[in-house]
Design a protein around this ligand. Structure first.
Ligand SMILES: NC(=O)c1ccc[n+]([C@@H]2O[C@H](COP(=O)([O-])OP(=O)(O)OC[C@H]3O[C@@H](n4cnc5c(N)ncnc54)[C@H](OP(=O)(O)O)[C@@H]3O)[C@@H](O)[C@H]2O)c1
Length: 191
């Protein structure tokens, strides 16, 4: 980016997994990184591990108060956001005691619990759009800005409609289709 502005990023769900690695890579590349975490203490641990300009921020993308507070914090500290990485997601409702096979079987469109489907879509689709909409004014305030949204090959209609794809039975209504919906929503935003 050809601007002298400090590069400011927010990564959602950055206390662990892919989000943690993205936040680390951004901090190593000179970004001030807000490490989004539902649990602030886990976010602080992650930010300490990352070092540099990584700082924890409490953020649950399904909680409007949490979204409001996180946006206010970034607004008060910088007044703009250069990069939003929409990484946070869940793959199931977290019902304990199920094997991966049981989870996948339970998430097929023919049998899935609509409550579980709603819970996953609440985070992966509606929560992701909610945090994005709330941050649009700060993204627009940056000299240059970008939104990166983490999807999955499991969300691809092209791949999962292909009879030659041996893994297409893994395309389920709960997680896979939530990523398809996410792709659609963010194509709409991009357009
Ligand atoms: N891992 C893979 O093989 C794979 C493949 C394709 C795509 N992806 C995508 O990559 C992204 C990261 O996956 P991952 O494997 O790193 O997942 P992960 O280890 O389960 O981490 C998910 C992160 O999202 C957070 N999160 C969940 N619900 C949230 C909410 N309501 N508000 C804010 N944060 C929330 C979690 O917080 P808590 O720690 O509080 O639960 C955690 O920090 C996801 O979008 C996933 O769909 C992953």
């Amino acid at each position: 980016m050809q601007t002298n502005e400090i590069k400011v990023a927010l990564v959602t769900g950055a206390n662990t997994g892919v989000g943690f690695q993205i936040a680390k890579a951004l901090a190593e590349n000179g970004y001030h990184v807000f490490v989004g975490s539902r649990d602030l203490e886990k976010g602080k641990d992650a930010a300490n591990q990352i070092g540099g300009e990584a700082h924890a921020i409490q953020l649950d993308i399904t909680d409007n108060n949490s979204i409001r507070n996180a946006v206010s914090k970034i607004e008060n500290e910088f007044g703009y956001l250069t990069l939003l990485v929409n990484n946070a997601a869940i793959s199931n409702a977290g019902i304990p005691g199920r094997t991966m096979w049981e989870i996948l079987s339970a998430q097929k469109a023919s049998v899935t619990s609509i409550a579980e489907m709603r819970q996953v879509w609440e985070t992966n689709v509606f929560g992701t759009l909610a945090i994005t909409q709330a941050l649009l004014p700060l993204l627009r305030n940056a000299k240059q800005s970008r939104i990166v949204t983490v999807s999955s090959s499991l969300g691809s209609l092209t791949l999962n409609a292909d009879p030659g794809n041996a893994f297409r039975n893994g395309f389920d209504a709960v997680y896979g289709a939530s990523k398809t919906a996410l792709n659609g929503v963010f194509l709409s935003l991009a357009n």
